[in-house]
Every structure is written in C-alpha cells, then in structure tokens.
Design a protein around this ligand. Sequence first.
Ligand SMILES: *Cc1c(COP(=O)(O)O)cnc(C)c1O
Length: 475
Amino acid sequence: MAQRKIKTSFVTPAIRKPGSSIWIPAFAGMTGESLRRNDGCARLQKTENSRRLFNRAQKVLVGGVNSPVRAFKSVGGVPRFISRAKGSKIWDVDGNKYIDYCLSWGPLILGHARKEVLNAAALALERGSTFGLPTETEIELAEVLKKAIPSLELVRLTSSGTEAVMSALRLARAATGRDLIVKFTGAYHGHADSLLVEAGSGLTSLGRPDSFGVPKSFAQTTLSLPSNNILAVKEAFKKWGPKIAAVIVEPVSGNMGTVLPEKGFLESLRDLTKKYGALLIFDEVITGFRFGFCGAQKIFRIEPDLTCLGKIAGGGFPLAAFGGKKEIMELLAPLGPVYQGGTLSGNPVAASAALKLLALLKKENPYPDLNRKTLRLVEGIRQEARNARVSVQVNSFGPMLTVFFSEHPVRDYFSAKKSDTKKYAAFFHALLDEGIYFPPSQFEACFLSSAHSDSDIDQTLSAIGRAFSQLKSSR
Ligand SMILES: *Cc1c(COP(=O)(O)O)cnc(C)c1O
C-alpha cells in the first residue's frame, strides 16, 4: 500500500477540540461535512459509527490505523471504517456506499470480492493456512510471473512490497559489492530504512533521513535525485559511479500522484547503469500487470536486472515478489550468501488467490476496456474543470490517474508539490459526500477496475462537476 509518511508540509493544519481525541482540520468549514449541495440543502453524511470506531481505535492502535495515510490526516475529517465491498463499491459502517477509486491502493484490478478469487483462497484455506514447507502453488505462481515478465528468470516470493524491495536492494549491493542506491525524490518503495531518504543539500549529495529513526549513516547510502532529470543522474554517476550498486525507479510513478516517465528517461537509466556496472531495479509494485498482462518494462521496452512486484501480483492478499537475472538471484540463500526469508513467504492461501486473479486477467484481458473507461473519465474531468474554470492537471497512464490542483504541468515531485492540497482536501470531501472515494491525499493515484461501469463513471463525472463548482464558490 502506498502509505508513505506524510511530510509535515503536506499535513493539514489541525486543531484539537478541547476534551476530544479527534483532530479537526483547521479548514473543516470547507470539508464535505459542511458542504452544501446545489439544491441548497446541507447534506450531512452519517458518520456516527466511523467516528465511534475511530475514537475506540485510537485507544489501542497508533493513530487509530495500521498504515498512516488511512487516518485521513492530509484531507482532514473522520476516516471511514469499511464493513464490506463488492465490485467497484465499498460500504462503510454507517451504511454509506462509495464508488472506490483507491481499490486498497491498487491490487484490486478486477474489483472487490471477485468471486473466483475468493473461492480459490477459500479452497486453499481448507487444506491449511500455512505449512512452512514448499507447495506446488508457489511454483505455479512463479511460472506465471516468469512467463508474463521474462526478465524474471528466478523469483522469490515475499509477504509485502516493502520486503521485496528491501531484499532486492540487499541483493544488488551483494551482487555489485557496492553500497550506494539511487532513488528518485517523491517515489515510494516501501518503508525500508535505506529508502526513507530525502535529497541531500546539493543535487548529487548523499541523502538525509526522511523519517526519525533512520540512521544518518543509512541515509548516506542513498542518493535521492529529481525524477525525469537525466542530467542529475549523469552527474551522480560521474561523481559516485564506482560506488553505485543500483538505481531503483517506478517506471510510472504512482506515489507522488501519477507522473509519467519522459521520453528517453528510462532508456538513459538503462544505458547509464550498464555503463557503470550498476543494476537497474524496476519497482513494478504498482505497474506490474496494470497496463497489460506484463510489466511496464514490456511497454517501455526496457529490461531491468531486478523487478519488484506486489499489489496486483499479490491478488489482494499479503503477497509480493522480486526476481530477475539468474546469476544475481542465485546469490540468495539457500544457494548463495545473501540472507532472505519469511515465515509466511509464498503463503498458499495468498498464492492461490494471486494465481486465480492472474488467470482471470489473462483470460478476460480487461485492459483495452480499462483504458477506454479511464480516458472517458480523464476527458470528462478536464471538461468539468473547464466548465467550472478550475485549474487542474489530470495525469494518467492506463487505468491510473491523478487530478492535481495545479496550473502547471506535473512532471516530477517538485511540480507535484506545487499543487493546492487544501483544494484537493475540499474536493476529496465533496466527492466523499457524493459517494465517491478518491485517495485521501493529493499525492496518490486513482485506480480503475474492470468492475467500474460506464454508469459509475457518469455518476463520478457529475459528482466531480458539482465538486468543482463548489470549490469555485467557496473561494
Ligand atoms: C505499495 C508500494 C510498495 C510497498 O508495498 P507494501 O506491500 O505496501 O509494502 C513498494 N513500492 C511501490 C511502488 C508501491 O507502490
């Protein structure tokens, strides 16, 4: 899940009501809870049960959640507690229904609670939930992954994307005998220490911790460079080349919002890493199986040395993977000296679900229709924005998109950060109030699933039109 630490600069100014444990955003007056609809009637969505659960949660769970972005901190208001989901819809504990464009942060490309996937998991579960010994399902899943993404000559399954990335980095460092990792500012690769790093003071100076608890010495093994800036990468290689173990990149960024790679950027990364003997790691946790039954690497025609998968590839269960060139992967234990393992790695229930989801994806090939529906949504949002004279940038690729509240094109983290996060928060709440759930942060991607219907999109577009005009009038 894309549950990055939220930088303080993004955090909504919040005030604590005396005697209350709930943080109210300072601009609560703009949020859905008090927005008026066109008909002039205030529509107060019932949130009593979510509110009660959030209060109770905060007494036992840190911040009431198990992954920070779920707390709605950057948009304010009460996080909705979910009771069930089906297809494109989720229902909260107050009985509100939402068209879901977050889809558990990406895995559910066939929508929620797809019957065949649940049945596959249930069937596996009857045979036992975990054995700590190998099963045939794990082989089958690895075979499917390798066939779809041929650069995965050998695969290792893990339980989360974070683990997959963390292990791939360890492997890259072992394979090259080098310590430095190059990443791009605003990218998210899970919460391994080496990657919770922000840019240093100079363009190509070593990084600084982006979270408390990350030792400075760890941060200094990472270079955080501006994305889509090949000059910066060239400079970094000139300066640090013989020490760089790997460059890790999301081929299409989802974690600063949707940001596309510019022409030649990924190619240059491939050329430079080759030239300097470093590895290229594609973090395809979001992009894997998102744009076709393949990785983004096939679409951009670039073969990385290592690839990380998760989300869709995990079938909506705690399962992820990394893999790549045989001679590199063979450095992993039990064959080689790089340790990596996990009690639940390759879990048979998760692997069965993932296998079924991938089989359905292959059979149904929902991609052309997903692209068509996403384009309709994107074009529709642009039209509604023009009608309401609201400045937005809609970035999209395949079935992922982000509506940035900015007047300028968004091509990297720095331009993404210029977005008006208060407007996004108001927009988010206006949509929530209309039964549309967008991700609770400006800097995330919306996803579509094959379960999203054209009438879902129509409904979403009219809600967006109303949200935009409310934004305009509330200024
Ligand atoms: C979600 C995500 C991760 C981390 O995966 P988890 O399963 O949440 O640990 C890593 N990389 C990218 C690109 C992601 O979007």
